[in-house]
Design a protein around this ligand. Structure first.
Ligand SMILES: [Zn+2]
Length: 125
């Protein structure tokens, strides 16, 4: 799973997934724990909190795949910055559509070969 997540973005790492009847939610996070405050440019490694952000949603056959980014909110310690926290930024790559297609292809292969995903009740290729 980690490998196919990296198709979308090499900075993303697989965290866990949950399989509901005809939905698979894949949780990913940024491999970097630090980020640059977009308001003042200061680097921070101190996490304030995390929140779930929709990264990608697509249908493969009858199955709805959601990639959910567990995004970090980081503290900005620059006293002159008027923002206490900022969200770590994960930009979608310029070739995101191509990456998404490749991801879908690899995901189909994974479902065919992975017994845990195979039994998803409505999955048919
Ligand atoms: Zn700042």
């Amino acid at each position: 799973m980690d490998e196919i997540i990296r198709i979308l973005d090499e900075n993303l790492i697989y965290y866990r997934h949950e399989k509901l009847c005809d939905e698979i939610n894949i949780y990913v996070c940024n491999k970097e724990s630090s980020g640059i405050c977009p308001y003042c440019g200061t680097k921070s490694e101190k996490t304030h909190s995390t929140y779930n952000k929709k990264y990608l949603s697509l249908n493969i056959g009858k199955v709805k795949i959601r990639v959910i980014l567990i995004n970090r909110k980081l503290f900005c310690f620059n006293e002159r910055c008027n923002h206490l926290t900022f969200a770590q930024n994960v930009d979608k790559k310029h070739d995101f559509i191509i990456r998404t297609e490749k991801f879908a292809e690899e995901f189909k292969k994974l479902c065919r070969n992975n017994i845990l995903l195979q039994d998803c009740c409505s999955y048919r290729t």
